[in-house]
Design a binder for this molecule. Structure first.
Ligand SMILES: [Cu+2]
Length: 458
């Protein structure tokens, strides 16, 4: 049995609830003003934390829209650094993908950029800075997008739960500097304050109440294994895409940028409690606890049915597909001797001098030429090989991929996958979204230290 600690990792801290402004998408523009702000991140015994956020909060305004909507979002940059916004997991037009140097110029201080998005898929997505993201996301430049199904499942409450990990000093300010070589060469910048931010806080829960929880791991580098006590439930979607077969809810491990939609029924009795637990090694830490009072119904509802699928192509075969090796190397305790960087072959020592520690297929940083080019509608298989001592959260822009499993079967659609040390796993997709797309580690410390590349479709 695991030990359960009723505290978060930072001494004296308690889990926090932040109620972001809801932004209902409509025909008018949504303004996202990236700017410094001060928020009560930790408890009232600590000072407010200086963050960078959209419209003065973290998370930024929650964008709720209906599948099929078109929305326009105007980014306005009031930061001291250039910035951009990436719509993580949304299958957007390439020019709207928010990647400086690939799909747009970074938005300079005092300037603006208008993003126009077609919301093809329903589900739980998020948006975040894609410029100097290891710093800008760590400072709070992210928010959640909920794209509602026309036939949303019947639940009593639908709640967004953001999981984040902050490195704070003793007066609750974000620790600097960023870009620490030890972080970058190991598991990334890990924090000392882990919390769950609910967009609406259930003051209490009731027996047999049914909730949909939309978990989003917004941490730059922290893998989040979580579980719930006092409930029974199912994972119904991953990375915004409905699962064909619901997964019973056990310990849910979300790598950086991964999402999971969960439907739970409260099984705890009156005067019992529901716990949200973060697991770290053999310890469990209670992030939130909810008192159970009364009953919402006398009996549990039947098991939910799967959500309606999104209009994304589902693989049936990879026969004749083009395979692209994607070998991860480098980092501490790795065996990387040298790597290509900006067209030059450098020794590991020289790479490190450039802040580059990780390679994909022997190259660090964004190559001038794409990793590969493919005509539209071709099927591509990434042969991912993790030859490093650390896990990586590999994220592909533009569409979702599916794991290639035995006997022409395929895993769920995912935009980010956690690949453990030594693992060799294949992920396939149909290249149906034209443009220049990134594939990179979403441990943002690893990305900034080299682990990224790109490809061209069409
Ligand atoms: Cu990584």
């Amino acid at each position: 049995m695991r030990n359960i600690h009723r505290r978060t990792l930072l001494k004296g801290a308690v889990a926090t609830v932040i109620m972001p402004a809801f932004t209902r998408a409509s025909t008018s523009e949504i303004l996202l003003r990236a700017k410094p702000a001060s928020v009560q991140l930790v408890d009232a015994d600590h000072p407010q934390t200086q963050i960078w956020g959209y419209n003065g909060g973290v998370p930024g305004p929650q964008i709720r829209a209906v599948q099929g909507d078109q929305i326009a979002l105007r980014l306005s940059n009031d930061l001291v650094q250039p910035t951009s916004v990436h719509w993580h997991g949304l299958r957007v037009k390439n020019s709207m993908d928010g990647v400086p140097g690939i799909t747009q110029k970074a938005v300079l201080t005092g300037e603006e950029f208008l993003y126009q998005l077609d919301l093809r898929d329903a589900g739980t997505f998020w948006y975040h800075s894609h410029n100097r993201s290891a710093e800008q996301v760590a400072r709070g430049l992210y928010g959640v997008m909920v794209i509602v199904e026309p036939d949303a499942p019947d639940v009593d409450r639908d709640i967004v739960v953001v999981l984040d990990d902050w490195r704070l000093d003793e007066v609750a300010q974000i620790s600097e500097p960023f870009g620490n070589l030890h972080d970058h060469s190991h598991a990334g910048r890990l924090g000392n304050f882990i919390h769950a931010m609910f967009d609406s806080l259930p003051a209490q829960m009731a027996t047999n109440e049914r909730l949909r929880l939309r978990f989003v791991n917004t941490a730059t580098d922290r893998i989040m294994p979580i579980s719930l006590r006092g409930v029974s439930g199912w994972v119904v979607a991953r990375d915004g895409m409905p699962l064909k077969k619901l997964e019973p809810l056990g310990i849910l491990t979300l790598g950086p940028a991964e999402r999971a939609d969960v439907i739970i029924d409260v099984t705890a009795e009156h005067d019992g409690e529901v716990l949200l637990i973060f697991h770290d090694r053999n310890q469990g830490y209670v992030l939130n606890d909810f008192r159970v009072s009364g009953a919402a119904a006398t009996v549990r509802r039947p098991k939910p049915t799967p959500l309606s699928p999104n209009p994304i192509e589902t693989l049936v075969s990879v026969a004749g597909a083009r395979t692209i090796p994607l070998r991860m190397q480098g980092g501490a305790m790795g065996d990387l001797q040298e790597g290509l960087y900006k067209g030059k072959m450098l020794s590991m020592r020289d790479l490190v001098d450039q802040g580059q520690i990780w390679t994909l297929n022997g190259e660090a940083g964004l190559p001038v030429e794409p990793l590969f080019e493919t005509p539209l509608h071709a099927t591509i298989v990434f042969e991912m090989r993790n030859d490093t001592a650390f896990a990586h959260a590999m994220h592909m822009h533009g569409t979702h991929f599916q794991e290639v499993l035995p006997n022409d079967t395929f895993g769920p659609h995912k935009d980010t996958v956690l690949i453990q040390p030594g693992e060799a796993r294949d992920f396939a997709f149909v290249a149906d979204n034209p443009g220049k797309w990134l594939i990179h580690c979403h441990m943002l410390s690893h990305q900034s230290a080299g682990m990224k590349t790109w490809f061209r479709v069409g």
